[in-house]
Design a protein around this ligand. Structure first.
Ligand SMILES: [Zn+2]
Length: 398
């Protein structure tokens, strides 16, 4: 993903904000329609049906009709992709978009001439109903970008991101497989023993964030001071998000280059989240603990990493059932919950094998994918690779 700082003129900014408002309106309409759907009803609204309703809504509302049909239709497509991701278990259920937060829209069918370079540091992109908008040419614009997304972050900055599904990276061909375990203490552990961490905020930045949050709590609602503090907080959070995205890109490229087969656990984040919360009748056990764990998984951007791996190493990513991977000793295959000494340490109660707990799990996943199914003593074998669901042909959520 390559993101560029957009530099719209004031009049253009108003037009961009209008596009955002239309996209948000359509997205929220889709959220609302899906909220009414319950299992057992005839059908969840499909994309085609929603498009038909959009046509009706445009006919009924001059405000909507005045906007770009591409923007509005893409908002629906993005929503369909978000639902597919939700059912695929890698993302949470799409929710309402609020004004001033997560603002953006997507333009598709971009032609080669729609992006051009003006000078060393400046480029411009043609946006429907807005015209040519300048952006900072801070790196190479990817060739053959078919779509782009314009966003406005909470700090009020505009960006344009060109989506070009990255070209597959050729496999090294050495026959090497790697298991990658998502961690909570670390972002990812490899079966090679390597521990990878997302570079988050530095200590000084975290201290600053805490100070700002305290300031925010004291600032009067609607005051200028409060708005200023909010902007500063948004900047820090945006920086953190940038680093996370950067990490995902670098890590996925690195793994695709170094290994022929990459094994990840088939994490049904959605299912886990639900289990933790439980129901009203049967509240989940260890709700607190699990809620913390789930936050860890989500913030580590696991779903995004797997998605990028599948782009860069198509057909080389295997998802395996994570069952027992964290409780199985990779040396003697003994399965015992007690072997998991702590979040960080695995100490086998049968053979005394010691390893980083996440690395031990990553090794089990690698072995599972290689066909040496780890069998629990007197228990069930680890599940084999889970078939990948075909994804609908939609532009990936950038
Ligand atoms: Zn052992």
């Amino acid at each position: 993903m390559s993101r560029f700082r957009l530099q719209p003129a004031p009049a253009q900014e108003a037009a961009l904000a209008e596009h955002c408002a239309h996209a948000r309106y359509v997205w929220n309409l889709a959220v609302e329609q899906h909220a009414h759907w319950k299992p057992g009803r005839k059908s969840a609204l499909g994309f085609a049906e929603q498009c038909r309703q959009l046509t009706e809504a445009r006919a009924a509302s001059p405000w909507l009709a005045a906007g770009s049909a591409v923007v509005q239709q893409q908002a629906l497509k993005d929503f369909a992709q978000a639902m597919a991701n939700f059912f695929g278990g890698t993302h949470r259920r799409p929710t309402w978009r609020k004004r001033g937060r997560s603002e953006g829209f997507r333009i598709v069918a971009v032609k080669t001439g729609d992006v051009r370079r003006l000078s060393r540091n400046t480029g411009e992109v043609k946006i429907p109903k807005v015209g040519w908008v300048r952006f900072r040419w801070s790196r190479a614009v990817p060739d053959g970008a078919k779509s782009y997304r314009v966003t406005r972050d909470r700090a009020g900055r505009w960006h344009v991101a060109f989506a070009a599904v990255p070209a597959p990276i050729p496999a090294p061909g050495a026959g090497e497989a790697v298991g990658v375990d998502r961690g909570v203490a670390v972002s990812a552990a490899l079966s090679t023993g390597q521990l990878l961490n997302v570079r988050g905020l530095r200590d000084t930045e975290q201290a600053r964030l805490r100070r700002l949050l305290r300031k925010l709590a004291r600032a009067k609602r609607g005051s200028n001071r409060r708005a200023k503090v909010k902007t500063a907080i948004a900047r820090l959070k945006a920086r953190e998000a940038d680093r996370r995205k950067d990490w995902v890109e670098k890590t996925s490229t690195d793994l695709a280059r170094r290994f022929d087969v990459i094994t990840v656990e088939d994490l049904k984040i959605r299912a886990m989240t639900r289990t933790a919360r439980g129901t009203i009748e049967a509240p989940g056990r260890n709700v607190r603990q699990k809620a913390g764990l789930n936050r860890g998984i989500l913030t580590a951007g696991w779903g995004r990493l797997v998605q990028r791996l599948e782009h860069k190493a198509p057909g080389r990513v295997q998802k395996v059932n994570p069952r027992h991977t964290s409780q199985t000793c990779n040396a003697c295959k003994h399965v015992a919950r007690e072997s998991r000494e702590s979040q960080a340490l695995f100490l086998c109660v049968a053979c005394g094998h010691r390893d980083n707990a996440d690395v031990n799990a990553a090794k089990n996943m690698r072995d599972t994918a290689a066909g040496h199914a780890v069998t629990a003593r007197g228990g069930l074998p680890l599940g084999g690779p889970v078939n990948r669901e075909p994804q609908p042909d939609l532009p990936s959520a950038a």
